[in-house]
Design a protein around this ligand. Sequence first.
Ligand code: EPU
Length: 409
Amino acid sequence: MTGEVFISGAKNSALSIIAAALLTDKPVVLENVPDVMDVRTMVKLIEYLGSQIKFKGDILRIWTPKIRRHVAPYDIVRKMRASYYVLGSLLGREKKARVSLPGGCAIGPRPVDLHIKGFKALGTLVEIKNGYIHADAKQLAGSVINLQGAKGTSVGATINVLLAAVKAPGVTEINSSACEPEVVDVAGFLQSLGADITGAGTSTITIRGSAELTGTVYRIIPDRIEAGTFAIAAAITGSKIAIRNCNPFHLAAVIDKLREIGVRVDVSRERIVVTGKSRLHPVDVFVAPYPGFPTDMQAQIMALLSVIPGTSTIKETIFENRFMQAMELTRMGADIKIEGDTALIRGVKTLSGAYVMASDLRASASLILAALVAKGKTVVRRIYHLDRGYEKFEKKLRRLGAKIRREKE
Ligand code: EPU
């Protein structure tokens, strides 16, 4: 494989920013929106709530003169947890929201206690009835909120509380807020609507709530996880790939780890060039909130480590059940043992093609990366997981020279 690949807009930024667009009754234009299933689902949800939508290429136009419904139904939320971002927006704009509880998912239990704690602190009455979160406020009021959870910071809770807080009169201070680039992106979008927010990207975000928000034209940041996935594709196949339209700063932890492994990474302003090498070294990966090594890259780096001679480890501290790809990689010949939150990976010389099953989005990317170097044919089933978050993944890989095609399941 060789060549260049263009990275799409960040899925997780897009999801929260599309929900955030519900806060204003003025038109919003979003650029660099990835055309992936989860974005389509979020668009459907806000249409259901009252938005008028035009989605062409990577430009999404949203106008919500009036909120027509206050309910995010189970059928949508069960498909995509990020639907719960409409809770913060509806609460901010209408002081009222009904959102189905998302429940757990393939990567483990995913509670929403921190979201609820934040909404309550802003003066909301929150009740769980018939599987739905009912959130009602006579009036929101700024407050000091600590969002430190048992597993550390929460991207989702930070964003959800931020969405409601921009409409809460007074000053809100979110402590232990998540620092991920996607949080900074939502804050940037809200600022472009006229919201008064400082500190996004640090552990304290301060919001001065205001009633009026304008419209905007806003460009979504590049997807750091898609970029990281292609970096691993270069590393695992020993090829040279230029990854364009990405933000190297957002990839610092991944780039550091790849260099430690022995991969060459050249960085310029909006581009990284990754050159795989034949002699690579095992490493220990510690998954942690930003700026640590991202949990959303853990499955992909596991595929790479499974073919590097020596013993590597991965400690996953964020999600309890995010090693689902390990069993499938083992079916391809990898030697991986899981002990609690740690994976022990003994590199093998070669992987062999097999029928494997994707359990979630990042696991599906991991299996495809392994398949790129496995001897023989690999068939990855349940590929709909991939379509939730990667735009034209197999086309982009094919353009780089991979032998990959999509078949009907
Ligand atoms: N948590 C709580 N209570 C809460 C919320 C979270 O205990 O109220 C725990 C979670 O169970 C987890 C930890 O806190 O153990 C971190 O979860 P976080 O809330 O940060 O995750 P999220 O907002 O649900 C987003 C991304 C995930 C990504 C994580 C971590 C979106 C739509 N999803 O999820 O992306 O893994 O942050 O960075 O932004 C993916 O794209 O494949 C994906 C799963």
